[in-house]
Design a protein around this ligand. Structure first.
Ligand code: PEP
Length: 254
């Protein structure tokens, strides 16, 4: 399966800095790399339009993701951005359920499920993040917790609505800490999730990508990305540095 590498810029960079980083990444990549790997950048909402304009003007193959989407379609919801508005900007993907949103903005599995539905209605590919805390891992309850996150997040999803779905295993204890999950941890969880979704109607190897995120860097990316069950990576900190991000992309064996 074609691997996917997603850069989550979080609350960093204005739109001019974003354009610079996009151009630097693009310049450092081989011309045909995007035919072999899906490359996705996820900037703040304020940069979506500028980056998308550069991509269409220069005919780049890099795709853009938003970092979130509203549960609402329209109306009196000040500050929200809807899936339909993102679609009008030709945004391909949207991250939902990132642990930082669950933690700091009280996002629930039900919110994640509504967001997923809004994205699918608008033909935007969801990148659904899930993963356990350190406490859940040490208690041994992490697989049960993940099962619940996945089942609740994907409730009601229909095969005819799903073109592509990315499920990103992001253990909370590995995000931004420099502590990367072991290959055994990653394989155990992705195998578990693959089994969990494989009897659901929307699942096929073509439509669902299983990826890992949490302190991915050029030092560990080759081992992670060249493990067969791992379809890609969600990269936070290292995606803000063009050289590191490109090194991560280049560590995929083609
Ligand atoms: C993330 O925020 O999705 C992430 C994986 O961050 P980092 O790579 O910095 O751990």
């Amino acid at each position: 399966m074609k691997k996917i590498i997603i850069g989550n810029w979080k609350l960093n960079l204005d739109h001019l800095q974003g354009i610079q980083l996009l151009q630097k990444i693009n310049y450092s990549l081989d011309k045909d790399i995007e035919e072999k790997i899906d490359i996705v950048l996820s900037p703040s909402h304020t940069s979506l339009r500028s980056l998308q304009t550069v991509i269409s003007t220069d005919n780049l193959k890099i795709k853009i993701s938003s970092q979130d989407v509203s549960t609402y379609s329209d109306g009196a919801f000040t500050g929200e951005v809807s899936a339909m508005q993102l679609k009008k900007l030709n945004i391909d993907y949207s991250i939902i359920g990132h642990s930082e949103r669950r933690l700091h903005f009280n996002e629930t599995d039900n919110d994640v499920n509504i967001k997923l539905t809004r994205l699918l209605e608008n033909e935007i590919f969801p990148i659904l993040c899930f993963g356990e805390s350190l406490e859940q891992r040490s208690e041994g309850s992490y697989l049960e917790f993940i099962k619940n996150q996945i089942n609740e997040g994907l409730k009601g999803v229909r095969k005819d609505k799903v073109n592509k779905l990315v499920l990103a295993y992001e253990p909370i204890w590995a995000i931004g800490t420099g502590e990367v999950a072991s290959i055994e941890n990653i394989v155990e969880v992705l195998d578990f999730v693959k089994d969990l979704v494989s009897d659901k109607p929307y699942f096929s190897d073509e439509t669902v990508k299983l990826i890992y995120g949490g302190s991915v860097s050029p030092d560990n990316s080759s081992e992670i990305l060249n493990t067969s069950i791992v379809d890609g990576a969600l990269v936070g900190g290292a995606s803000l540095d063009a050289d590191k991000f490109v090194d991560i992309i280049k560590s995929v064996n083609l």
